[in-house]
Ligand binder design. Sequence first.
Ligand SMILES: Cc1ncc(COP(=O)(O)O)c(C=O)c1O
Length: 379
Amino acid sequence: MSAYFDAASTEPLHPAARAELLAALDGAWADPARLYGAARAARMQLDRARARVAGVLGVRPDEVAFTSSGTQAVHLAVLGGAAARRRAGRHLVVSAVEHSSVLHAAELHERDGGEVTAVGVDVHGRVDPAAFAAALRPDTALACLQSANHEVGTVQPVAEVAEACRAAGVPLLVDAAQSAGRADVPAGWSFLAASAHKWGGPPGVGVLVVRKGVRWRSPLPKDERGGRRVPGFENVPGAVAAAAALEAHRAEAADDGPRLAALVDRIRTEVPRLVPDVQVVGDPVRRLPHLVTFSCLYVAGEALLAELDRLGFAVSSGSSCTADTLRPSHVLEAMGVITHGNVRVSLPRGTGAADVERFLEVLPDAVARLRRSAGVTAP
Ligand SMILES: Cc1ncc(COP(=O)(O)O)c(C=O)c1O
């Protein structure tokens, strides 16, 4: 039986979400903008989903909009937040380890005549709040900081950065895709982006929150379904399932979070003990409970992932070398750590200790085999 250890890419659908998704496909399929009974039912379900998500995130329902992905939420927040502040200036501040959705939106802003400052991180991938504050300028339109890093799990100092942004009068976007549903996001931000499939909701549902009183202007063409932040026909069943999963995941996180954190601690201590020439990366303390990343010297990351897949473990690499680009991970580069032989283990809800033990059993041999076949002999 294979073990799925790639929750940071996507969490398996939560049973609570499946049940509500199926019910909503049957009961909330009509156009929520229409006036007949079935439409009103869909509208009610959508409003209720928004209120449930708002409840978990600690915001007002009218501040919440459902998007078609976390990526779309980020794009709308970055481009819409910057557009609304054009008079203040066209400067953006981002951390160097943001998700590609933030960096690509910032690139677009730059191509459009804007300016972007990327704030570096320490060896654990954590932003220094003072360095972030120093990058804010009178013409800064928007600042962006993730709540936690998607490749190495490091939790960022959102509260301190939010305070610096408030003092400078700059709105802050928090990309909470990796932490929403696991932990509360510190207050003080203006925009928040999240993604339902990361907390056991269905794929293709994101969340954009714009705090009351924060200016935002859509970077997209006007939509005939007026008055909303996200154009197009709403995915009501998706929103309902996303809300159900968020409530369930957040409620379970109190028990499951510490349990997963203990399993991750075991991986963090055992892997360097069992495998020579390994670097565990990411902040050892201020980190997501369920995620650990390590790099094995003298091993190609893709080969190691393929070998672990063969042995029954679905893990991924922080490095995007395995995806459709051949560039090493910008996160690991910014941290100044090894960028190859990288393995990210991220445990989904309910992962059992036995699977983790089995992983620790097979990993040393897998790495040794690959090193041998690459002609690397133990020192
Ligand atoms: C930190 C972060 N932001 C944004 C996203 C994008 O979310 P989605 O996959 O829903 O587009 C991801 C997904 O990997 C992420 O990890």
